[in-house]
Design a protein around this ligand. Sequence first.
Ligand code: HSE
Length: 307
Amino acid sequence: MKSIKVFAPASIANMGCGFDIMGMAMDAVGDVISMEIEDGIGLEIDNRSGVELPAELERNVMTPAVMALLAAYGKPMKVKIIVESKIRPGSGIGSSAASSVAAVFALNELLGRPFEPMRLVEFAMEGEKLTSGGVPHADNIAPALLGGVILVRGYDPLDIVNLPVPKKFFCSLVHPEIVVNTRMAREIMPKEIPLRDAVVQWGNVGGLVAGLTFGDVELVGRSMRDVVAEPFRKRFIPGFDILKEKVISAGALALNISGSGPALFALSSSEEVANRVAQIMKEHFAMMGKDSDTYVGSVSNFGARIM
Ligand code: HSE
């Protein structure tokens, strides 16, 4: 029997304007799993994290991710996963991606690394299908696996670009005690967008990529405008517009929904501002009668790793 313990970080998907194509890794929180494999067939998931997860194997995102990897490997294995620490599902900071990534990363290591990282992204995306209503996306998976800021240039074939992380790039993250179901947050979005919105959005995606590449955090901030998902999803977040005004007045470059929410993140060019913004976020949700957790950090250049 072989065993390993791994960590996969939380991630912020979309990064404002980059719905389903941009994401960044955050080291403040993540999933920790232990995995054991031996010859045989079967999968067992033992959840010791204290966070509620689906009891049925087929509803756990790790199951399709592990199955996809083993199918490509061509030899069944007996796999046991112990979930030791878990980002709460429905938080908007890549909980399902952290699980799927931790599982495929651990299994690949135990098998002697038969697969390249891009293949691992594809296997882990099978887990995302479960939570998103059948639409696989890599904007949480790729940063959780590879670290840093990523652009999914294309899905068919998968083309993932690692972008540079500017210096002076701080992130305040708030996770209020609200649950937003990703599938529902996707279903409320229109399937078609007006051309004028598309023009705004792709202008901003270009600005975001250019800002990251040139290390121009002001340009990054100006580009974090989302006219595709935010107008439909902000209804899940009490006082979203008021909070945005407050954090921008406090010096943040932008405030956006993290993934499908309810977590929010604000970018700042100084740690001092980022700390102040986190405090404002906490006070805002307290005023709305919601407890919240806040984190301040920079983007992590490290993705999944052995502990
Ligand atoms: N890009 C995804 C969304 C992230 O916004 O729905 C959440 O899985």
